[in-house]
Design a protein around this ligand. Structure first.
Ligand code: SF4
Ligand code: FES
Length: 249
């Protein structure tokens, strides 16, 4: 059964151009479509009308790559808990609904065009963590370094971060603490990452500040929207790692 929905979409031709909401209505949405497939349909209609289609990011469209990221009706990644924008389906909306679609907004995420933002600040935080600088020799057998199950589980929980940036978009301070702490934790918790745990935390936190992300005031909005449900306990661990490393300098 086809659905009719009206979209209020943020359109912005370029980084320094003024933006505005434009309204589009389609009668060719379907409850089984993903939100992004519905946007594809709207774009086909816009192109047929000879206009510029809405720019938005996506790649895997199955919750893996972190490319997609829209604020749908005020919620980063939309209404589904533990899901990315590409995993939201039109059955979450009603026939006749009006839906507001905006980019992830943060000072450190400048708009490139429409709903596409530059999230390369997150890449630079990871790069600041540096390489493993010890001579590790050849690849050791995976079982030669025993890792307690609870430590491996916690590390893997944090390794699930897909670098989408929703935590930043949801935070009133535009803080990147959940992202940065997840990236620090998945290496620092394992014995292989332990030797550089403190130095990595200091470098990544300093880069986070240099990129213009805000401070954490424990709102918990980041955890609420994170599609991988990363716990804010990671932020407390990052703060401890950072404080310990700075104190021992
Ligand atoms: S912590 Fe969660 S919300 Fe933030 S970048 Fe990683 S996956 Fe996205
Ligand atoms: S397009 Fe890859 S996570 Fe959404």
């Amino acid at each position: 059964m086809a659905m009719t929905v009206t979209l209020k979409v943020w359109r912005q031709p370029g980084p320094n151009a003024p933006g505005r909401f434009e309204t589009y209505t389609t009668s060719h949405a379907h409850p089984d479509m993903s939100f992004l497939e519905m946007l594809d349909v709207v774009n086909e209609e816009i192109i047929k009308a000879g206009q510029d289609p809405i720019a938005f990011d996506s790649d895997c469209r199955e919750g893996i790559c972190g490319s997609c990221g829209l604020v749908i009706d005020g919620l980063a990644h939309g209404p589904d808990k533990g899901a990315t924008t590409c995993q939201v389906h039109m059955r979450r909306f009603k026939n006749g609904d009006t839906i507001t679609v905006e980019p992830f907004r943060a000072k450190a995420f400048p708009v490139i065009k429409d709903l596409v933002v530059d999230r390369s600040a997150l890449d630079r935080i990871i790069a600041a963590g540096g390489y493993i600088s010890i001579n590790a020799g050849g690849a050791p057998d995976g079982n030669s370094i025993p890792v307690p199950k609870d430590v491996a589980d916690l590390s893997m929980d944090n390794a699930q971060c897909i670098q989408c940036g929703a935590c930043v978009a949801a935070c009133k301070n535009a803080a990147a603490h959940l992202f940065t702490s997840a990236k620090i934790a998945h290496l620092g918790l394992l014995p292989q990452g332990e030797p550089e745990r403190g130095r990595r935390a200091v470098r990544m936190v300093e880069q986070m500040d240099a990129e213009g992300f805000g401070s954490c005031s424990n709102e918990g909005e980041c955890e609420a929207v994170c599609p991988k449900e990363i716990s804010i306990a990671s932020i407390a661990r990052m703060n401890r790692d950072y404080a310990r490393a700075v104190a021992s300098k």
